[in-house]
Design a protein around this ligand. Structure first.
Ligand code: C2E
Ligand code: MG
Ligand code: MG
Length: 701
C-alpha cells in the first residue's frame, strides 16, 4: 500500500481523528506494514509483545481460550496491555482472509498515542476481556455446608473468590478455598464474620442498597467496587458481585464473588497519568491543560481577575530534529520543559501540546504587560545555549499572548487568539513575543485556512494552469506563453498564487505543486502538438526552494521524457531573490539547465539588487521587467527604471520582456525603449488551455 493510500485509511479512522495530518503522514511513513495470509496469527495470548496495530484492510478474529470474543474490521485499532503495563497479551488474533496491518512499535506508540485516552481506552476494552466477563448463572447451588463443596468451588472463575452468606444477617457461612487463602483465615473464622467485616468501607447503608434489591427480587445481581479488609488489616481494591441463590429453611442465601482488581486499578492509574501528562516531559498535556484552563478562567471571572495565556513554539526545532536526530530533539524538549517550569510562578501551568509547542496559563496577572514581561523573561532564557550530551544547542522561541478578559471570554477563543498572536510572532522573524490584536484575526485566519486546505488540494488536484501569451512588441506575434497556476479550492473558492504560494513554500507543499505544474505544462504542450498547433514554449515559474532542491533537474528531465517534449519548449522563470539567496548554488543549477538547453528568465527584475557582474556570467536569456515599473510611465522613476533594465539587457545580450502591459501607450513606450516582448491584459489575461489554443491558431494578437 503506498503512503498516500495509508494516510487515506488512517484519516478515515475515527479513533485517530485527533491526530494532525502531518502526524498521520509521519506515522504512515514510519510504521511497518504487515501483510498476513488467511489464518495466519497476528499474535498469541500470553505472549509478550509491545506493539499496537491498525487494521488497514480486511478482518481479524479475536479469541481467548479458543473461544471467539469478537471479529474486528478495517479501521480497528488493537494491541495489548503490554504497551501500557508489562502484561502479556490476553487474547489471540488471527487473520480472516488476507489482511493489511500497520504495526506500531512501542516507541511510536509512546510518541503518538500514549497521551490519547481514546486510544488507550479502546486498547483496554477490545483486548482486556478479563475485566469484562459477566457472571454465569449460579442456579441449584447446594447451600449444604458439607455436600455442596464440589459445585461450590466450581463457581470460581478467573481470579474470583466466592463466599456464601445469610441474606438477613449478612453472616458468612462458607468460603471457597481460594477465598480462605485470599482473606488469610480458616473456614471456622469465616463463620464468625459478616460481609460488613470484609467490606468495611460500605458500612450499613451501602450494604443495604446492594442487598435489599436482591432480597425483594427487584434485581438479580448487585455489583460494586470497594476495598476488602483482611483480618490482618491489609486492604485490597476489589470488585464484588452479589447474587441470590436457593434459600435454606426460609433464610435467603446470597453468593458473593470477590475479585482482586489491584492490577486493573494500577492500569487505570497509568492510563490516567498517560491521559493527562505528556510522557516525554512529564508536563501536563492538552487534556489537563484544558481542565486547568477552564478552572482558572472560572476563578478569574469570579474574582474579576486577569488571566494570561501564552502559546510558545520553539524556533528551528525541526532543524535540530532533522540534523541531530529524534533522541537529541527529545532531550531538548525535556530540557525546555524543565526550564519553562523553573521560570514560572507556582500558580502558573505549563503544558506541552505535542511537537515543540507549549502553553502557559498565567492566572492573577495585573495587566497584559505582566504577561509580556513574563514572555520576555522566557525568551531571554533561551539566549543561553542548551547543553545536550555535551553539545551546545541554540534555540530560540516565539510566543503569542492573549489575555482574559480583553482578548476572549472563553477558553476556545483565548487559545485561538494566543495561537494567532504566535503566528504573528513567527512572521515577525521569530524569537519575539506578540500580543493578540483583533486585526490579527482576519489575516491569520486566512492564512490558516489556506494552510489547512492546501494539503487536500494536492490530493484532490484542485489546481489549474492558465496561460498568458507573450507577444513580440513590434509585430504582435505570440512567441510563447507563461503558465500561471490557479487554485480552485472546494472550501475557499479561487485562490490566487500570491496568497497560497508563500504558504506552500513554508509547508513545503510547493514541491508537489511545482511538480504538478511542470507536468501539466508538458502535458499541455503534447496536447497542442496532437491538435496540430504550431509549437510555442511555455514558461514555468519556479519557487526558490524548488529550484534549490537536489532532485529538481531530475524531475524536470523525467517530465520532459514522459511527455516527449524537447527542451527548448520549456522555459523557467526565477526571481532575482532566488539568485541572491545562494549565489553558488544558483550558478551551479543554472549551468546544468544551460547544458540541457533550457532557457531561463529572471522574473520581477528590478525589485532585487542583482549585480551586473553576476548577470554577465550567468547562462540566462531574459530579463522580465516587473509590472510595477510598467504600470505608470508618467512617473519618471518607473520610466527611468524600465529604460535602465532594457539598456542593461541589451548590453548583456539578453532579451527583455515587460509584464503587465495594459494600454497601447505602454506598449508603444516600451517598444520605443527597445523592449523586445511583452505580456499583459492589453493582449490577453491568463486563460485556460482550451482558450489559448484559439489564440495560438491566430498567432497574432
Ligand atoms: P509573475 O510570474 O510575475 O506573474 C505575472 C503576474 O501578473 C500574474 O499574476 C499575471 O496574472 C499578472 N498579470 C498579467 N498581466 C497583467 C496585467 O496586464 N496587469 C496586471 N495588473 N497584472 C497582470 P498571478 O497569476 O496572480 O501570479 C502571481 C505570481 O505568482 C507570479 O508572478 C508568480 O511569481 C507566482 N506564480 C504563478 N504561478 C506559479 C507557479 O506555477 N509556480 C510558482 N512557484 N509561482 C507561480
Ligand atoms: Mg512569472
Ligand atoms: Mg513577474
Amino acid at each position: 500500500m503506498d503512503v498516500q493510500r495509508k494516510i487515506q485509511v488512517l484519516k478515515s479512522i475515527d479513533l485517530l481523528s485527533f491526530l494532525h495530518e502531518d502526524t498521520l503522514e509521519r506515522l504512515a511513513e514510519e510504521s511497518r506494514e504487515v501483510i498476513l495470509k488467511p489464518d495466519e496469527m497476528v499474535f498469541h495470548e500470553g505472549e509478550e509483545g509491545k506493539t499496537m496495530f491498525v487494521l488497514l484492510e480486511g478482518e481479524i478474529r479475536v479469541f481467548k481460550n479458543d473461544v471467539e470474543i469478537t471479529v474486528m474490521g478495517q479501521g480497528s485499532v488493537f494491541g495489548e496491555m503490554a504497551l501500557i503495563e508489562s502484561q502479556p497479551r490476553s487474547a489471540s488474533v488471527q487473520a480472516l482472509g488476507p489482511i493489511t496491518l500497520l504495526e506500531i512499535n512501542q516507541k511510536q506508540f509512546h510518541r503518538y498515542f500514549a497521551s490519547q485516552p481514546q486510544v488507550l481506552m479502546s486498547l483496554m476494552k477490545t483486548m482486556s476481556s478479563r475485566f469484562r466477563r459477566t457472571l454465569g448463572t449460579p442456579s441449584g447451588i447446594s447451600t449444604d455446608l458439607e455436600d455442596g463443596n464440589v459445585t461450590f468451588e466450581k463457581l470460581e472463575m478467573g481470579n474470583e473468590s466466592v463466599v456464601l452468606l445469610n441474606g438477613n444477617t449478612l453472616g458468612l457461612l462458607k468460603a471457597t478455598s481460594r477465598a480462605l487463602k485470599q482473606f488469610n483465615c480458616t473456614q471456622e473464622a469465616i463463620r464468625k464474620m459478616s460481609l460488613a467485616d470484609l467490606l468495611f468501607l460500605l458500612e450499613d447503608t451501602g450494604l443495604k442498597t446492594l442487598i435489599n434489591p436482591l432480597l425483594n427480587q427487584r434485581r438479580s445481581q448487585s455489583e460494586t467496587e470497594t476495598e476488602l479488609r483482611k483480618p490482618n488489616g491489609e486492604t485490597v481494591p476489589v470488585e464484588v458481585k452479589i447474587r441470590p441463590t436457593a434459600s435454606a429453611n426460609g433464610v435467603p442465601m446470597l453468593l458473593a464473588w470477590i475479585s482482586d482488581i489491584s492490577g486493573k486499578k494500577e492500569i487505570e492509574n497509568t492510563i490516567r497519568q498517560m491521559a493527562y501528562y505528556d510522557s516525554l516531559t512529564g508536563l501536563p498535556n492538552r487534556n489537563l491543560l484544558n481542565d486547568r484552563l477552564a478552572v482558572s478562567l472560572a476563578r478569574a471571572k469570579r474574582n474579576n481577575e486577569k488571566l494570561g495565556i501564552m502559546f510558545l513554539d520553539l524556533d528551528n526545532f525541526k532543524t535540530v530534529n532533522d540534523t541531530m536526530g529524534h533522541e537529541t530533539g527529545d532531550l531538548l524538549l525535556k530540557n525546555v520543559g524543565r526550564m519553562l517550569q523553573g521560570s514560572l510562578r507556582q500558580q502558573d501551568t505549563v503544558a506541552r501540546m505535542g511537537g515543540d509547542e507549549f502553553i502557559i496559563i498565567a492566572p492573577e496577572i495585573k495587566s497584559s504587560d505582566d504577561a509580556g514581561t513574563l514572555a520576555q523573561k522566557i525568551i531571554n532564557q533561551f539566549e543561553a545555549p542548551i547543553v545536550i550530551n555535551g553539545q551546545e544547542l541554540f534555540v530560540g522561541c516565539s510566543i503569542g499572548i492573549a489575555t482574559f478578559p480583553e482578548d476572549g471570554n472563553d477558553t476556545k477563543s483565548l487559545l485561538k487568539n494566543a495561537d494567532l498572536a504566535l503566528y504573528r510572532a513567527k512572521d515577525r522573524g521569530k524569537n519575539n513575543f506578540q500580543m493578540y490584536t483583533p486585526a490579527l484575526n482576519f489575516q491569520a485566519m486566512e492564512r490558516m485556512a489556506i494552510e489547512k486546505n492546501l494539503r487536500k488540494a494536492v490530493e484532490r488536484e484542485e489546481f489549474d494552469l492558465l496561460f498568458q501569451p507573450k507577444v513580440e512588441l513590434a509585430s504582435g506575434t505570440i512567441v510563447g506563453v507563461e503558465g500561471l497556476v490557479r487554485w480552485n479550492s472546494r472550501e475557499l473558492g479561487q485562490v490566487m498564487p500570491d496568497a497560497f504560494i508563500p504558504v506552500a513554500e513554508d509547508t513545503r507543499i510547493i514541491f508537489q505543486i511545482g511538480l504538478w505544474t511542470l507536468r501539466k505544462a508538458c502535458w499541455q504542450i503534447r496536447e497542442w502538438r496532437n491538435n496540430g498547433l504550431p509549437s510555442v514554449s511555455v514558461s514555468i515559474n519556479l519557487s526558490g526552494i524548488q529550484f534549490a532542491h537536489p532532485q529538481f533537474i531530475k524531475e524536470l528531465q523525467s517530465a520532459l521524457d514522459e511527455f516527449d517534449i524537447s527542451t527548448e519548449l520549456i522555459e523557467l522563470e526565477i526571481t532575482e531573490a532566488i539568485l541572491m539567496k545562494d549565489m553558488d548554488l544558483a550558478v551551479q543549477v543554472l549551468k546544468q539547465l544551460g547544458q540541457l538547453g533550457i532557457k531561463v528568465a529572471i522574473d520581477d527584475f528590478g525589485t532585487g539588487y542583482s549585480s551586473l557582474n553576476l548577470l554577465k556570467n550567468l547562462p540566462i536569456h531574459y530579463l522580465k521587467i516587473d509590472r510595477t515599473f510598467v504600470g505608470d510611465f508618467s512617473q519618471p522613476t518607473s520610466a527611468a527604471i524600465a529604460k535602465t533594465i532594457i539598456g542593461l539587457g541589451q548590453s548583456l545580450g539578453l532579451k527583455t520582456i515587460a509584464e503587465g502591459i495594459e494600454t497601447e501607450e505602454q506598449r508603444k513606450f516600451l517598444l520605443e525603449l527597445g523592449c523586445d516582448e511583452g505580456q499583459g491584459y492589453l493582449f490577453s489575461p491568463p486563460v485556460n488551455g482550451k482558450k489559448i489554443q484559439d489564440l495560438l491558431r491566430k498567432k497574432v494578437m
